[in-house]
Structures are given as C-alpha cells and as structure tokens.
Write a protein that binds this ligand. Sequence first.
Ligand code: AHR
Length: 313
Amino acid sequence: MLAAGLLVSLMAACGGGGGGSGKLTLGFAQVGAESGWRTANTKSIQESAEQAGINLKFSDAQQKQENQIKAIRSYIQQKVDVIAFSPVVESGWDTVLKEAKDAKIPVVLTDRAIDSADTSLYVSFLGSDFVEEGRRAADWLVKDSQGKSGPINIVQLEGTTGSAPAIDRKKGFEEVVSKDPKFKIVASQTGDFTRAKGKEVMQAFLKAQPKIDVLFAHNDDMALGAIQAIEEAGKKPGVDIKIISIDGVKDAFQAMKDGKINVVVECNPLLGPQLMDIVKKVTKGEQVPKRIQTQEGVFTQDQAAAALPNRKY
Ligand code: AHR
C-alpha cells in the first residue's frame, strides 16, 4: 500500500502538463486586470510560482466568465497537475468543474468563492471574508457618525455584478447600517471594480442626488475614479463626502494621506505563497483545509500615511 501511495504521489508530481520537466504544472485562470489589487495578485502568483519551482500556465479572462471556462477546459486538456482560479462571478461553474473532477485534476479557488452546492468540486478556497469586510466598512461609519443626526445619505459603488466580493461586501455593509434608520443608501450601482466606471457612475450619482454624505466603494480603484468625479464637481472628497473603500493599494493610501479617502478596509492580494503551498500539498495527496482565510486590517488616514513608504503594491 505504501508503494502504491508513493507511486500515486510520483505520478502526480510528474503530471502531464509539465512538458517532461518533472516540475508540477499549475493552470491559473485569472479574472482580468481590472484593478491595482488584481495586478498585485497576479504578480504575487507569478513570482511565487517561480520561487516554488512550479510551472505556471496563466490566462487573463478580461472579466468574462466564458473566457475563464475556456481557459479551465484548456488546462484540463493539457493535463495540468492543479487548476486554480479566481471566479469572475459566483454562479455557473458546476459543469466545467465536474469535467476537472472527472479528469482527476484538483481545483483550488483563490480570492473569490462560488455558490455551488457541491463542495467536492474544489479542494480548497483561499481568500478573504468579504461579508466581514463590508461589516468593517460600516462599523467605521457608525463610529464616525456617533452624535450626528440623520439622515446620512450614502451612495454605494458596487463591484462586478454577480461576483462574490460585490454580493458579500454589500451584504455585510447593509447588515450593519440597516440597524440605524439615520443611514440611508440613496443610490447603489455597479462600477465593475474599475477606475473609469467608478468615475462615470459617481458623476451620475452627483447629478441625480441632491445631498451625498458618504461614498462606500467596494474597491480602491472605483473610489479613486469617484474622487476625480467629486473634485470635478467642485466638492472636497474626504470632507464634503466621506469615502470608505476596500483593498489597501498604494494609490489609495496616498489618497488617504492627502485626506481624500477616510478609511480603507484591507483585502490582501498576496495569495501566491499560500497557493503554491496548497498546490504542493494536494499533489502529494496531503489534506488541505477546505477554507483558508487571509488576515487583514482596517486603515485610518494616520495609519495609511505611516504604512505608505513600505506598502508593496
Ligand atoms: O476579488 C477581490 C476584488 O477584486 C478586489 O477588491 C478588487 O479590487 C478586485 O478587482
């Protein structure tokens, strides 16, 4: 039995996708390059694969689910050892993941979860608790608004429609603010996690809403785009309109230092080292936790200014 176990491990370690190099091959289907967070995430995965001696096949789905499905199918055909991906949206993965399972290729979800009832379709999910991030964003607002009378009018820039971070951040935020009727979400619309869309939607909010007190942006890029719209409308971001964001990229820390964003809830993109660890373990047949949660903080303006010189992304 021991010999058979060893053989399985060796076969896994020399899987078909490595081009005979003896290296493990990981097929990674990335969401796209929509944000500073995503760029840092891609860099972390590419650098960690290199350092771990793992042959990385990388594809960029340009925020389209059909492209990710195509990439996963191509990794199955190439018989890679492990497939990892950050799902653009939560739903619609069962068919392709069953194909991976039938081909005996373990799948690791990174960053974003899926809503499939069949959890045997993936071995592990590595990423943040997005609902908690939404709650933390709202907790800051509740504290900051203590003693202020309402209404406090909030506009929300949502992430990509149907994506786990957009669904969960909205849920966590609304769960907390709904406890006090002085908070009113007067408009909420997707900005697709991009700077350009964040600016465009904020311009529309500013035109349509007579009074905006707070912007909650589901990521830094949308907040940074919205800052441009607010300034162009002759208002002071961070003062006339309080801004709450999520991620913690350098540009957002700079905006906080400049007083233009009030608080950032951190979402850690540096998932590469942990992912490579999981890849090595599953190909050795070792058990990995079904859910691995990343550790993150909340940054106020002073904390961001202090952390800025050493911020890596
Ligand atoms: O899934 C993580 C989210 O996706 C990040 O908050 C955002 O910046 C990215 O595009």
